[in-house]
Write a protein that binds this ligand. Structure first.
Ligand SMILES: Nc1ncnc2c1ncn2[C@@H]1O[C@H](COP(=O)(O)OP(=O)(O)OP(=O)(O)O)[C@@H](O)[C@H]1O
Length: 265
């Protein structure tokens, strides 16, 4: 049997709100293996970020448990690096200083820091931007820096919450390709949240489709196509059609719930 890296067992998460309890996650059971690339897919409000935040240790489950290599998650840790949609870079630091921030805090050897920095700048095509500040970079470049910053810390697990959601289509595709390169060279386990069916099929080994309120696992689909995948191929399109049906059904439940709110139903 292969090494199971992340185990999510009977996870429930309930939020209290003015209009009553919201069951954001119900009965989530998943095993994510070392080195797997898993996408969490579903419309707004189906609990994707809640699940990711629980794995990150930012917001713990109301019941159930999440373990990484058998160790219960109770708080954020250096084994799990997070990349958000908002770039979350330090605006007052250069690209190089943003990337090496965590290593400098850990008081790593300056020579080792420099070697790591050079490697990551090269890997993410940032070498000529090392001395720039985030405000002088495009969205795609900033997200490359955010990825490099997480890679600098050598976390075996990367948690990514819609990291490319704000990018234009061409930039998005090139960042997806960079991420696949990073994933295969550094052998990371990646859990990647997205609304985009095409993005999930392009990237994932496995797509976990979530349902809207309560957030449950609706389908867990293995994607068995060689990479780099061709979005115009018949297999890609067949899977896209299957996933569209699943996601649209949840999207309609989301829209119905929101119509209810606006019309006072
Ligand atoms: N702090 C909170 N208080 C109350 N309800 C919350 C809170 N955080 C999330 N929720 C609710 O929990 C459900 C799941 O939210 P979550 O943000 O995880 O969904 P999502 O699938 O990530 O959506 P999106 O793609 O829009 O971020 C939603 O119905 C949301 O309204």
């Amino acid at each position: 049997m292969s090494n199971v890296d992340i185990q999510i067992k009977n996870v429930h998460k309930v939020f209290q709100s003015d209009s009553g309890d919201v069951i954001a996650l119900k009965d989530i059971n998943l095993e994510i293996k070392d080195g797997e690339f898993v996408c969490l897919l579903g419309p707004s409000g189906c609990g994707k970020s809640t699940l990711l935040n629980a794995i990150a240790g930012f917001s713990l489950p109301s019941s159930g448990e999440i373990t990484v290599n058998g160790k219960l998650i109770t708080e954020p840790g250096p084994d799990r690096g997070m990349v958000f949609q908002e770039y979350a870079l330090f605006p007052w630091m250069s690209v190089a200083d943003n990337i090496t921030f965590g290593l400098r805090i850990k008081k790593e050897d300056p020579k080792k820091i420099q070697t790591k920095l050079d490697e990551l700048l090269k890997m993410l095509k940032l070498t000529e931007f090392a001395n720039r500040y985030p405000k002088d970079l495009s969205g795609g470049m900033r997200q490359r820096v955010a990825i490099a910053r997480v890679l600098a810390l050598d976390s075996p697990i990367m948690l990514m919450d819609e990291p490319f959601g704000a990018l234009d289509a061409l930039t998005r595709r090139s960042l997806q390709d960079e991420l696949l390169k990073v994933w295969s060279e550094y052998k990371k386990t990646i859990i990647f949240v997205t609304h985009s069916i095409e993005e999930a099929i392009y990237l994932a080994d496995r797509i976990v489709v979530m349902s809207y309120r309560p957030g449950t696992v609706k389908r867990d689909i293995k994607v068995d196509m060689p990479r780099l995948r061709n979005p115009t191929s018949p297999e890609f399109n067949a899977l896209k059609k299957e996933l569209s049906g699943l996601v649209m059904a949840e999207q309609m439940r989301f829209e119905d719930a929101h119509m209810g709110v606006t019309t006072g139903d």
